[in-house]
Design a protein around this ligand. Structure first.
Ligand code: ZN
Ligand code: ZN
Length: 127
């Protein structure tokens, strides 16, 4: 009986061991708190500290696959990166459109030049 009691208290001591501090409020995140780990900075946060509602937290935890969650700080960075990626994509699309235009115009241009060359050769031959 006594041994069982000892074991139990050991277990609860173990539980508090692997705790992380919230990157926002620097308080410990206990088992009772909704803890979220940022995918980018690996920091732990209270869901509440990051304006993550209980419903959102539950939804995040329901997904068995690796969820990409970014803390507020990283989210701003991610969005900035996404923004520049979108801008880059935009530019790429413009370049591609330009290339396509060129491709469409090229045969006509080549034809034009060929006709000119041929006619000038003819002229030279005749003249
Ligand atoms: Zn916190
Ligand atoms: Zn982060």
């Amino acid at each position: 009986m006594n041994e069982l009691g000892m074991a139990r208290s050991k277990d609860s001591a173990k539980e508090i061991k692997d705790l992380d501090k919230c990157g926002q409020c620097t308080k410990l995140i206990t088992d009772r708190d909704n803890g979220l780990q940022c995918d980018l900075c690996d920091g732990w946060f209270h869901a509440g500290c990051q304006d993550v509602t209980d419903d959102d937290y539950k939804a995040l935890n329901k997904l068995e696959v690796a969820v990409h969650w970014y803390c507020k700080t990283c989210n701003i960075r991610v969005q900035k990166v996404m923004g520049s990626v979108a801008r880059l994509q935009n530019r790429m699309e413009k370049v591609e459109a330009g290339l396509q235009e060129l491709k469409n115009e090229l045969p006509a241009k080549i034809q034009e030049v060929c006709v000119q060359v041929v006619s000038s050769i003819r002229k030279e031959l005749e003249g």
